[in-house]
Design a protein around this ligand. Structure first.
Ligand code: PHE
Length: 342
């Protein structure tokens, strides 16, 4: 038996291959289903019992050596090929351009707003985008039949009166949650995405982003609000910016106001962005209605506070003179990459 197997072992030991094809020939000859090893293994049964052990050991030795040789030559051939490819590299070719991602203009603007208010002690709170009737409307003093609860403005998930569930229409809902769970002093911003059932146009979208703010403590006055918002306007739009407050109405603030800033584009002289008025409306604000404080478990006899809310898209449009709101959600790289440096 040995005479039959020994030459195979020698052949395996001596074998060398420079190409995949040669190596494949070797594999087929020794290791395939109809190869030498398969044949030797199946011949085992014809070997006399006293020689079977020795025979088995030799066939196994042949098998191990063949497999070892195969994997050794495989690596050798691959390495040779890699180094040949490395040789073909033309290092003088210009590199593939790399386009790094950048922050979205809405994120940039949001972070800027947060940064300005965080310098005077505001922190950030988060809340759910799917909201219940209480946090989005009732706690905020919306009367039962207020038009903002209508299907026209709100995307309802379930419309069941006080048990309704909707996509939040403003992030004031987060402020309710903060007031319910914290004691004054409260100084918090609630940035986030909000949803309204509006026809999509250059000036309106069915979703957009807001940053709202809330400050509650003993003795907080309308003058505190005005000074804080003036500080914000100057940090955001430039130190020469002036503000004006126009009387307005929100169910959750009393008195309520709309705030305008001097047009950052024409500096108040009049242009098509400010419709030749010199002023741009940027947010709603007011003193938190005592009913709202009470709804949220805060004593309105002891505490007062102000709240404000602005649309991030609107601020970003004014800062960068963007004419169409839809650009912010279309993700056109030609638009987005203009903000890469910010
Ligand atoms: N929640 C109001 C809105 O969505 C904005 C606002 C906030 C107004 C706080 C006044 C006070 O339009």
């Amino acid at each position: 038996m040995q005479e039959k197997i020994r030459p195979y072992i020698e052949e395996v030991e001596k074998f060398n291959a420079a190409t995949r094809e040669e190596l494949d020939g070797f594999r087929i000859k020794f290791l395939s289903k109809k190869g030498i090893l398969a044949e030797l293994f199946s011949g085992m049964k014809d070997i006399q019992a006293d020689q079977r052990k020795e025979y088995g050991q030799m066939v196994n030795e042949l098998k191990n050596k063949a497999e070892e040789k195969l994997s050794q030559l495989q690596t050798q051939i691959e390495n040779a090929q890699d180094s040949r490819q490395a040789h073909d590299l033309d290092l003088t070719l210009p590199a593939e351009p790399i386009y790094p991602g950048s922050r979205h203009p809405i994120s940039i603007t949001k972070n800027k707003i947060i940064e300005i208010f965080s310098r005077i002690g505001f922190t950030v709170a988060d809340g759910p985008e799917i909201e219940d009737d209480w946090h989005n409307f009732t706690a905020l003093n919306f009367p039962e039949n207020h038009p903002a609860r209508d299907m026209q403005d709100t995307f309802f998930i379930e419309q069941k009166g006080p048990d309704s569930i909707a996509l939040r229409t403003h992030t004031s809902s987060v402020q309710v949650r903060v007031m319910e769970n914290n004691k004054p002093p409260i100084r918090v911003l609630s940035p986030g995405r909000v949803y309204r059932n509006e026809a999509i146009s250059a000036r309106a979208h069915c979703f957009f982003h807001q940053v709202e703010g809330l400050y509650i403590d003993e003795g907080v006055s309308f003058a505190d609000m005005k000074q804080t918002l003036l500080y914000f306007a100057r940090e955001m739009f430039g130190s020469g910016t002036r503000i004006r407050l126009r009387p307005s109405y929100f169910p959750f603030t009393e008195p309520s106001a709309e705030m305008d800033v001097t047009c950052s584009i024409c500096k108040g002289k009049g242009c098509n962005v400010c419709k030749y008025s010199g002023w741009l409306e940027i947010m709603g604000c007011g003193m938190v209605d005592p009913n709202v404080l009470e709804n949220c478990g805060i004593d309105p006899e002891k505490y007062t506070g102000y709240a404000f809310g602005m649309g991030i898209e609107r601020i970003a449009m004014l800062l960068h003179n963007v004419k169409d709101l839809r650009l912010f959600s279309e993700n056109d790289v030609r638009f987005l990459k203009q903000f890469a440096a910010e």
